[in-house]
Design a protein around this ligand. Structure first.
Ligand code: IPE
Ligand code: IPE
Ligand code: MG
Length: 243
């Protein structure tokens, strides 16, 4: 849990709806992705302000390679440009960047950009920003199992967990998906086992601070039981001081 009551420590977001945002304005889809970068910058700042410790975003899925070639290359370029532009400010804001996903199939230019951005922000501690890029939940589970098998180590929940892409953070408390679809699309299949889900009809470029606050308020009203009964949860809550 976060230090601020009711605020999730770790928020994960499927940033969906960039394409539709652009199409509705008769713009090319890439214009929506550009707007999506602005929305992410705003969201990361809002998370810092609200005391969220970890923000994990889905930026490019294992399956997004199946999009038209010009959209894929546009997204790769956008990532490289966004890093060059945003990293200095992220550094000042105390944001530590991590990229999660398969790197081997990315171009050497993109791979270098990711490594540089991680190195430049490695000392930061205010907000961990995990960007899932060329990421799939199935890939993550399979790569962790393959690593353990290659080392001859036993495959257990704990060893898998420690070998997966988000081993450096606690599981997400709240998973948000924008854009109106109610599906997981191969995001955090393992780590979202006990996350609260929140679906917003807003397209990602339109997901602003007030939309984030609505999601956090919805989260605060949920009762997380982790398999227990409601009575057990209530009994374990701290009692108010008398008088
Ligand atoms: C999400 O927006 C960003 C990526 C998948 C890269 P979309 O591009 O999926 O937007 P819609 O769903 O087509 O509107
Ligand atoms: C999920 O969105 C991936 C990202 C947001 C990066 P998609 O737009 O790719 O998901 P589907 O295809 O609608 O399920
Ligand atoms: Mg989409």
């Amino acid at each position: 849990m976060s230090k601020n009551p009711g605020v999730p420590h770790h928020i994960a977001i499927v940033m969906d709806g960039n394409g539709r945002w652009a199409t509705r304005r008769f713009l090319p889809r890439l214009a929506g992705h550009k707007q999506g970068v602005d929305s992410l910058r705003r969201c990361a700042r809002a998370c810092v302000d609200r005391g969220v410790g970890v923000l994990t975003v889905f930026a490019f899925s294992s399956e997004n390679w199946n999009r038209p070639a010009d959209e894929v290359s546009g997204l790769m370029e956008l990532l490289a440009k966004a890093l060059a532009r945003e990293v200095p400010q992220l550094k000042k804001d105390g944001v530590r960047l991590h990229f999660v996903g398969e790197r081997a199939t990315l171009s050497s230019k993109v791979r270098e950009g990711l490594a540089q951005a991680e190195a430049a922000t490695a000392e930061n501690t205010r907000l961990v920003l995990n960007v899932c890029f060329n990421y799939g939940g199935r890939w993550d589970i399979a790569q962790a199992a393959a690593v353990l098998a290659s080392r001859g180590e036993p495959i257990t929940e704990a060893s898998l967990n420690a070998t997966m892409g988000l081993a450096h953070v606690a599981d997400p408390d709240l998973v948000i998906r924008t854009g109106g679809e109610m599906r997981i699309s191969n995001f955090l299949l393992w780590q979202a086992a006990y996350s609260e889900f929140y679906f917003s009809d807003r397209l990602w470029p339109d997901f602003d601070e007030s939309a984030l606050d609505e999601a956090i308020a919805a989260f605060a009203s949920r009762e997380r039981r982790f398999g227990k009964t409601s009575e057990q949860i209530l009994a374990a809550q701290p009692q108010p001081m008398p008088g």
